[in-house]
Design a protein around this ligand. Structure first.
Ligand code: NAD
Length: 350
């Protein structure tokens, strides 16, 4: 991708700023994307990933940071959308000096971007980032920090599954349904435990098959291979791995009435895959709505952390989704489209 193409791309996607950061002495290569700050500072986690090349990292940070704008807007938060990606192998590069340097880059943006955990970034890493910047959330190293956001993300997805069942079947009784979970990491495993407590039948999968099989043994769940998990005949399919899993091929193979999971950017192509799901009458809980629990929790850290309030706001994902489903039905739209309209209206009115 040439520098000209990058400028065209950020213009097309509506980004305000894209910041490239590097320190060769530490092997640090990071990109910070600030999509929109109309509602507030751009908050979004930092993903550490071994991207094949810079183009792939640019596209990822642009998509993820734009998603954060919509997530904050639909969740009623006074935040903009941003995200950071660190390029490289986390196992080889992680060190205190590395994260402190990343923290200095975040600090240099003077609060226009606020960081937090994302894939391959844990609370210890974030605490090290916080040694160099106050523009960071999800920490445990200072008073009022909220720590790991994933329990709140899982709670929000749990509420979203209930709302989707209520809308589709008239009942949100989880003891009568079967749910397939793709990805048993931080969020997927916690979601499985919440559902298990309600008596839900579970089918679990992970590319780390030992991780999935151990959880299956603990919860009395069925195991499915990563190639087959989306084909399982279930009431709800919950993608909790990486993005792009809902596409032309998988949509034709799905045997579910509802998709409701944590992964970001689930639809490979928002427009065409959203239309395909609508055509197949599969109810889709827009990813950035149902997975907002973690963001809602770190937002509360900025307000003065109150776990009870944060829990209450996370549980409200149930009502937000019902509102979107009703609007989509009224306007004969896909649910993703309906959700975008509500979010864009809020930003326009800011
Ligand atoms: P994680 O890295 O802890 O877990 C992801 C799991 O998915 C891993 O166990 C991995 O082995 C597995 N996986 C990857 N590809 C797979 C595949 N094709 N099939 C089956 N399993 C696969 O990440 P996480 O924090 O649990 O987040 C999961 C998803 O939710 C990500 O897309 C993330 O961006 C999104 N999300 C997470 C949070 C949060 O609070 N952690 C918040 C919002 C959104």
């Amino acid at each position: 991708m040439s520098s000209m193409d990058v400028m065209q791309l950020i213009e097309k996607m509506g980004h305000e700023q894209l910041v490239f950061c590097q320190d060769s002495s530490l092997g640090l290569k990071a990109i910070i994307g600030i999509h929109n700050t109309k509602l507030g500072p751009a908050l979004g986690g930092c993903r550490f990933w071994n991207y094949a090349n810079t183009d792939e990292a640019v596209v990822d940070v642009l998509r993820l940071s734009r998603g954060m704008t919509y997530k904050a807007a639909i969740s009623g938060l006074n935040l903009g959308g941003g995200k950071a990606v660190i390029m490289g192998d986390p196992a080889k590069l992680k060190s205190e000096a590395f994260f402190r340097r990343f923290g200095q880059f975040v600090e240099s943006l003077s609060g226009r971007y606020i960081t937090a955990e994302d894939v391959n970034m844990n609370v210890n890493d974030i605490n090290q980032v916080a040694s160099e910047t106050k523009h960071v959330t999800g920490v445990t190293s200072r008073a009022g920090g909220s720590g790991d956001p994933s329990p709140f993300t899982a709670l929000g997805v749990f509420q979203g599954i209930k709302a989707s069942l209520k809308y589709r079947t008239g009942s949100d009784d989880l003891s009568r349904v079967k749910v397939a979970i793709q990805g048993c990491g931080s969020v997927g495993s916690k979601l499985a435990i919440l559902l298990h407590k309600e008596g839900t039948s579970l089918i679990l999968s992970d590319i780390n098959s030992e991780r999935a099989k151990t959880l299956c043994a603990d919860l009395g769940a069925e195991y499915a291979s990563p190639e087959n998990i989306h084909k399982a005949p279930v009431d709800v399919y919950a993608p909790c791995a990486l993005g792009g899993g809902i596409n032309e091929k998988t949509i034709s193979e799905l045997e579910t009435d509802i998709i409701a999971g944590a992964a970001n950017n689930q639809l490979l192509d928002e427009k065409t895959d959203g239309a395909r799901l609508k055509e197949r009458k599969i109810l889709y809980a827009p990813d950035y709505v149902i997975n907002a629990g973690g963001l809602i929790n770190v937002y509360h850290e900025l307000l003065g952390y109150d776990k009870e309030k944060s829990t209450r706001d996370t549980m409200n994902i149930y009502n937000t989704l019902l509102e979107i489903y009703k609007l989509a039905e009224k306007n004969k739209q896909g649910t993703h489209e309906a959700s975008n309209i509500i979010a864009e209206r809020r930003i326009a009115n800011a």
